[in-house]
Design a protein around this ligand. Structure first.
Ligand SMILES: NCCC[C@H](NC(=O)CCC(=O)O)C(=O)O
Length: 424
């Protein structure tokens, strides 16, 4: 059975903007209020998808939901048509309004946790939609994400879909960004590492242990394959709001900062005992601050056809000589990562999302891949059309003042319809 991992990238929506909505996310706070460039942002994401396609990998795409979203306003007692209630909300409560406009669904690593068919009890791929309960702008994604996942992975012989967990402080769940699968190969059984945040006084811990435990239960992860590891408190305090800011795994390789987890040495030892050929690459020559600034660990590691691996890095790694030196050391080291590909995802990075944040990884057998709704899998031709569509329909620039203009909302609706027709 041929098994590969398919990356589904979140297409960056036409209202992409910097509103400083994510406490604990250094880049989001730093760029709050600056102008954004949605067209460029989306094209950067699309170019990243093409890089992976050109390396021979199967590439999927998730489409953004319409923003600003209005159903919450109805829920909150606003009455009238969309334009009326959006205008009123923008006047009454600008922070609430900004939440409605966020294009945050682009960070597909937070869409859901995916449990491989090789690790689940019933042999199906499980998707547990993330509730993203810590932050309103992100929580607003959950229901549309669930609907889209259902559409793409509708074949219940292969796929099992789960609703987001209940909200509230006990169950905050941010999906695959806090989940790593370590296995000798994508098509074999692996351990599922759920990294959770413990209570700290500085920033919210966005992944709760109870949530991770529920995700593992729902995904029917075989009991000895679900491991729960606490994220290091210092890492959260320095801006690692998700585990994927300080660690990334692919098959039997783990690339992590030395201060990613509590009791790290002990955990690494235990993984090595369980997984044949496990290769930990632990980086201790750069600080957590350097890791958060460069997003070195928010790289994608992908397995290529010849079984070597490539590291897909954000260009920000080039700005810090120590980080660049580390990349060179990884590439020339005794491990399967042989190639570094630097991509420009600057517009997403300025909101705290690197290459790894922009994609949800789904390990699929050939039969399961055939059961996926193929409209969401990119071919060179469909990629080309998507590129043109973004060039034609996405606004070039958005300032905070533009967000409240009905003309921008109309542009977003037109872009949404263009995408619907692209999908067919
Ligand atoms: N995995 C990367 C997620 C980045 C995301 N940023 C944001 O939502 C920033 C939005 C803003 O500030 O407008 C977050 O923090 O969840």
């Amino acid at each position: 059975m041929i098994v590969s991992e398919v990356n589904f990238d979140g297409l960056i929506g036409p209202t992409h903007n910097y509103a400083g909505l994510s406490r604990g996310n250094v880049a989001s706070a730093l760029h709050a209020g600056q102008p954004s460039y949605p067209r460029q942002a989306a094209l950067q994401g699309i170019e990243k998808m093409k890089h992976l396609m050109d390396m021979g990998l199967t590439q999927g795409v998730f489409l953004p939901p319409l923003r600003p979203v209005t159903h919450l306003l109805h829920h909150l007692g606003y009455k009238g048509d969309d334009k009326t209630i959006l205008k009123q909300a923008a006047k009454d409560d600008r922070l609430l309004f900004n939440n409605l406009c966020s294009a945050s669904s682009m960070w597909a690593a937070n869409a859901a946790t995916v449990i491989s068919e090789f690790d689940s009890h019933d042999g199906r791929v499980h998707f547990i939609t993330a509730n993203l309960a810590t932050m309103l702008h992100r929580h607003l994604e959950a229901q549309t994400t669930y609907a889209q996942l259902n559409q793409i992975f509708s074949n219940s012989c292969f796929f099992a879909m789960h609703h987001p967990l209940p909200c509230g402080q006990h169950f905050s769940d941010e999906g695959a960004a806090n989940h790593m699968r370590i296995t000798s190969a994508h098509g074999r059984t692996g351990i599922n590492i759920f990294v959770y945040g413990e209570k700290n006084d500085i920033y919210p811990a966005r992944q709760k242990l109870r949530a991770s435990q529920a995700v593992a239960r729902l995904g029917e992860v075989k009991p000895d394959l679900a491991w729960f590891i606490p994220q290091k408190k210092e890492a959260i305090a320095k801006g690692a709001f998700h585990n994927d800011v300080v660690a990334v795994a692919n098959e039997y390789v783990l690339l992590a900062h030395a201060e990613a987890f509590e009791d790290q040495g002990e955990w690494i030892k235990r993984i090595a005992e369980k997984i044949d050929g496990f290769i930990p690459i632990i980086i201790d020559n750069i600080t957590l601050e350097q890791a958060v600034k460069s997003y070195l660990f928010n790289s994608q590691i992908v397995t290529l056809k010849d079984r070597t691996m490539a590291l897909i890095l954000p260009q920000e790694v080039k700005s810090d000589p120590a980080v660049l030196e580390t990349v060179n050391r990884i590439i020339s080291g005794n491990n399967p990562i042989k190639k570094a590909v630097v991509v420009d995802v600057r517009e997403s990075m300025a909101n705290g999302g690197g290459p790894a944040c922009l994609r949800l990884r789904v390990p699929l057998s050939k039969a399961a891949l055939d059961a996926v709704d193929q409209r969401f899998i990119l071919t060179p031709k469909r990629w080309e059309k998507l590129y043109q569509l973004v060039e034609n329909f996405w606004p070039e620039k958005i300032t905070p003042d533009d967000l409240v203009l009905p003309e921008l909302w109309k542009t977003a609706v037109r872009a949404h319809w263009a995408l619907t027709s692209w999908l067919g």
